[in-house]
Design a protein around this ligand. Structure first.
Ligand code: PAF
Length: 298
């Protein structure tokens, strides 16, 4: 059945009012749905009585206007795909509904978790935009559970911190990164890669796999693990913006991998900036998939 679409917070609240006694699962997205989003929706469908999807291309989290303009907007096919994955309700607000005239509040998560990796490259303002819109969406939907993909590992850490700090009553659930057959993490931005660029991009999961294999063979030095990634990217003539191994919870630099560590990278392939990661856990051999399947780490 086709999901119902609502455009305002008032309509959303009215539609959800009869379901407050049952469980509500929520998947926030910027649309251009792909298999990764559908896996989040299916997880929400399995665990909740009602499934809500939001589609909102949030301008405050984009640094470059060109990236915002180029972001794919495919609402009609999104609605069909979301319906197929068991979505009950779609919240697709306008920019004016989310940021009405006079809007003056920013939710800003401080510390290392927003200053490093994507925060260092794109600026903290990216995560200010994410934290602000996610808190507004969580307040509007008031779900029992909200589902995020592990590909955006830092986003998950930031959202978890924000939810804990503000006491927002929701369980944040991290689902494994969804990957194409060649291992490339699914992303709405992948549609902008040419066939040649798409082939080059396959070096990203190869490089993560090589580093994970090095880790499995006993290497615990973050610099050597990152160097393995860089070598594989260089073989495809890809120059990463960063490759870092950090503590998986605090995102602080580490001298040695002794607990769960996040190996994260960002690399431009043609016009597209791609991010990916793998979580390395001492004592855990996880041949495939690259991303964790448990919910305790991003
Ligand atoms: O991951 C995304 O698609 C966005 O950052 C989110 C969580 C929907 C907020 O705009």
């Amino acid at each position: 059945m086709s999901p119902r679409i609502v455009r305002t917070v008032a309509e959303l609240r009215a539609a959800l009012a009869p379901h407050r006694a049952s469980s509500i699962g929520f998947v926030p997205t910027m649309g251009a749905l792909h298999e990764g989003h559908l896996s989040l929706l299916r997880a929400a469908r399995d665990e909740n009585a009602v499934v809500v999807l939001s589609i909102f291309v949030n301008p405050t989290q984009f640094g470059e206007a060109a990236d915002l303009d180029a972001y794919p907007r495919t609402e009609a096919s999104d609605v069909a795909l979301a319906g197929g994955a068991g979505t009950d309700l779609i919240f697709a607000p306008s920019e004016g509904e989310m940021y009405p005239a006079g809007f003056a509040t920013t939710v800003s998560v401080g510390g290392a978790i927003t200053g490093t990796l994507e925060g260092a490259l794109r600026g903290r303002s990216h995560f200010d935009g994410v934290a602000t819109v996610v808190s507004k969406l969580l307040l509007a939907v008031q779900p029992d559970r909200a589902y995020f993909g592990a590909k955006d590992a830092q986003q998950v850490v930031v959202v978890r911190r924000m939810v804990a700090d503000l006491g927002i009553p929701v369980e944040i659930i991290t689902c494994p990164t969804s990957r194409d057959a060649d291992g490339l993490a699914r992303s709405s931005r992948n549609t902008r890669l040419s066939p040649t660029e798409r082939e080059l991009a396959a070096a990203i999961p190869r490089s993560l796999r090589a580093s994970r294999d090095a880790f499995a063979s006993g290497i615990r030095d973050p610099r050597r693990l990152a160097a393995t990634v860089r070598e594989h990217l260089a073989a495809a003539e890809l120059e990463p913006e960063y490759v870092e191994v950090v503590d998986a919870d605090s995102l602080e630099p580490i001298a040695q991998v002794e607990g769960p560590a996040l190996l994260a990278l960002a690399v431009r392939v043609g016009p597209v900036r791609l991010i990916d990661n793998v979580v390395l856990v001492p004592g855990v051999t996880d041949p495939l998939p690259l991303a964790p399947t448990d919910r305790s780490h991003p």
